[in-house]
Design a protein around this ligand. Structure first.
Ligand code: PAF
Length: 293
């Protein structure tokens, strides 16, 4: 297949490298420096070097026909990219973002091509602009947001060492991931602890459980089942620093708007614990920005 992957972050590099072994992959990066580096050095994943075509965003208009677009940029960069991509997309578009804000704006328009949303369960770490480490082997799950194409695509892309699985219900799939992120990410970033510590202290666990209930209620998903899933993910990733914890440490923008912000926007009743973590992360980010200036 001819696949265009947009985004040279950890997930974009991982997807391009894994899919590039079997398909004709083009990787679209924000900077020309990154695409030049990938063109010269290849894409490094463990001991493997995979050759993919890399282009800077500025050259998008010349891409010609492709079979699928996979958008791997962070939620806060998505809207600007999407304004441009929707004019050029000529095939199914797959969105692999944390959070759910994109589902709101994607549902208000009609498109001539299928829109698919995905949930990434892999751990990936970008080492440098052309090297990615696969830190947690898991799966990518895909579901249709509009049209019926996800299952066909899954059958073409799924491989035993890079599972891509079909899900019937996009809201349940993304909602379940969002609830885990709404609990684990802000709490680990505020407390500066590894994921596993949230279940090691009864006080942390108590707060985590209430956050989970607020998020589950806001999304209309069953709370007990969601708490069991959050506990499972905390245990499975207990030695990890969450992505938000790492973002705060590095002074980067966080995904709080598309995670806790989404919960606040969709809640039908007060969500005081979610408000607290939401404003705490905003405040911490500003503090860090000031320190870095
Ligand atoms: O964002 C993250 O860090 C991950 O999605 C998760 C599941 C919370 C594990 O760290």
């Amino acid at each position: 297949m001819k696949i265009n992957v947009i985004g040279g972050g950890a997930i974009g590099l991982l997807a391009a490298a894994k899919l590039g072994r079997f398909h004709d992959v083009r990787l679209l990066t924000r900077t020309r420096e990154q695409s030049d580096e990938i063109t010269v050095k290849g894409l490094h994943l463990g001991d493997e070097v995979i050759t993919v075509e890399a282009l800077p965003a500025a050259d998008w208009q010349d891409l010609g026909q492709s079979d699928v677009w996979i958008v791997c940029v962070k939620q806060y960069d998505l809207q600007a990219i999407w304004e441009k991509l929707k004019l050029h997309a000529n095939a199914a578009v797959v969105f692999l973002q944390n959070g759910m804000n994109h589902t709101d704006f994607l549902q208000v328009e009609d498109f001539d091509y299928p829109i698919i949303v995905g949930s990434v369960e892999h751990g990936a770490l970008r080492i440098n602009s052309h090297t990615v480490e696969h830190t947690g082997e898991a799966a990518i799950r895909l579901a249709d947001l509009s049209d019926h194409y996800a299952e066909v695509l899954v059958n073409q892309l799924n491989k035993p060492d890079f599972p891509i699985l079909f899900e019937q219900n996009w809201h349940m799939m993304l909602g379940t991931k969002l609830i885990a992120n709404a609990v684990i990410n802000p709490l680990t970033a505020i407390y500066r602890v590894k994921n596993g510590e949230l279940l090691e202290h009864p006080a942390f666990e108590r707060i985590a459980k209430v956050l989970c209930k607020e998020a589950a209620d806001a999304l209309g998903l069953e709370g007990v089942q969601q708490w069991a899933n959050v506990r499972r993910i905390i245990n499975a990733t207990k030695a990890n620093l969450s992505s938000m914890h790492r973002d705060i440490q590095a002074g980067r923008q966080t995904e709080i708007e598309s995670i806790s912000g989404y919960v606040r926007d969709h809640a039908k009743q007060a969500v005081p614990y979610t408000d607290f973590v939401y404003y705490s992360i905003l405040g911490l980010t500003k503090q860090q920005e000031r320190t870095y200036l």
